[in-house]
Write a protein that binds this ligand. Structure first.
Ligand code: UTP
Length: 225
């Protein structure tokens, strides 16, 4: 199986949780050594946001803030790569052709951001498209996609399946500032829409959820086309 997993910023807290990183790396490493091709995309998390906020206060434009965000996502990717040990490719790719080239080598490819104007969710969608992934798992700090923001509204309900067009409508109404790309930015969704990549949103709190989603089990929210 060919898979891409986006590990959301929630995994990379200000005080980095090496126990959680090791646990998730262990589960994903087992999946990869069972003969599966795996590409991992690391989000930016609290540290990326802190740097972006500071840069903006100091007068940086949004593209510069994005570039700083990318550096932090790459630092997170390095941590994951280290946690994976010899299962992972030693180089963090910085463009899509490198992703496609490295993915065929039998080792896990780990990367962060690629270019300004998008989130690591777009990176994950592009990586899934170029590696012809059978599945894309987007792991965040909530169980999936909700009717409302579950952190703000107690009435929010988990949606088991959601059409890509609906996600696109929501994304178009959201913001596209550095550090504030919403659940999925429009570019990420446009890529999913054109490549029709089987995608699931799950929680990363339990790595078992991610593995179940990779095996096609009913967990979290499925994107339909
Ligand atoms: P993300 O916003 O994707 O990180 O990248 P995240 O923490 O995983 O976000 P959630 O958890 O999905 O919400 C951090 C920042 O890095 C820049 C953007 O500014 C982004 O907000 N970035 C990342 C880019 O500009 N280009 C990329 O390809 C990736």
């Amino acid at each position: 199986m060919r898979a891409v997993v986006k590990l959301g910023g929630a995994l990379f807290k200000r005080d980095l949780d090496t126990v959680a990183l090791r646990k998730i790396a262990g589960a994903l490493s087992d999946f990869a050594t069972q003969g599966n091709q795996l590409v991992l995309v690391a989000g930016g998390g609290q540290n990326a946001r802190a740097y972006i906020v500071a840069a903006r206060k100091l007068g940086a434009d949004e593209s510069t803030c994005d570039l700083i965000g990318i550096k932090l996502t790459r630092a997170n990717a390095e941590l994951l790569r280290i946690a994976l040990g010899s299962t992972a490719v030693s180089k963090i790719p910085t463009n899509l052709s490198e992703v496609s080239h490295l993915a065929g080598n039998g080792k896990v490819v780990v990367l962060g951001g690629l270019q300004p104007g998008q989130s690591t969710n777009a990176v994950a969608a592009l990586a899934a498209e170029i590696t012809k992934a059978d599945v894309l798992v987007n792991a965040t700090d909530v169980e999936g996609v909700y009717t409302q923001d579950p952190k703000k509204s107690p009435k929010a309900k988990l949606i088991r399946s959601v059409h890509v067009d609906k996600l696109l409508n929501w994304a178009m109404a959201g913001e596209v500032f550095a550090g504030r790309y919403e659940l999925l930015d429009p570019l990420a969704l446009k890529i999913l829409q054109r490549a029709r990549i089987p995608t699931r949103f799950v929680s990363l709190v339990d790595p078992g959820n991610i593995i179940e989603a990779l095996h096609g089990k009913v967990v979290g929210t499925r994107v339909v086309y």
